[in-house]
Design a protein. Structure first.
Length: 146
């Protein structure tokens, strides 16, 4: 029952935000899940990732969308000149390769959160709130078998 209420309230809030954005020149943030998949030019070796975007709203947008500026329409990692390389480079910085960018950002953040939680657990100090949920770090946890 609570879950249904939360979903309903989220949809109402999203409608209000999107409706008011047309008058206030604001952006509309996608709620729910976003499918992250390999570009069409690349043969995917694993299934697409079902990314729960709204579960990440407590994180600053620019932590993931690091080059985004308020008012920009495109926040995609595959924007030209960002992480749009379709093959990993033989040498140098591999972060322009789309797969490397996603993996470094997502898995890196999840592992950092796990380490912080582990440090808090090991300290045996009481914490004021529940530890933050961490995301998956293994291949099959993100890329389900088809």
């Amino acid at each position: 029952m609570n879950r249904v209420l939360v979903i309903l309230l989220s949809l109402v809030l999203a409608s209000v935000v999107c409706f008011s954005s047309s008058f206030a020149d604001e952006m509309c943030i996608p709620l729910g899940n976003i499918e992250l998949s390999a570009p069409q030019e690349v043969e995917a070796k694993r299934a697409a990732v079902d990314f729960p975007h709204s579960a990440h709203f407590s994180i600053n947008c620019q932590d993931c969308h690091h080059t985004w500026e308020y008012g920009d329409d495109d926040m995609s990692c595959m924007t030209s000149g960002c992480h749009d390389e379709l093959k990993p480079p033989k040498e140098g910085d591999k972060i322009a390769y789309f797969k490397e960018a996603y993996h470094k950002a997502c898995i890196g953040c999840h592992k950092t959160m796990q380490a912080k939680n582990k440090t808090l657990e090991m300290s045996k100090r009481p914490v004021a709130q529940q530890l933050a949920k961490t995301g998956p770090t293994s291949c099959v946890a993100c890329h389900p078998k088809e």
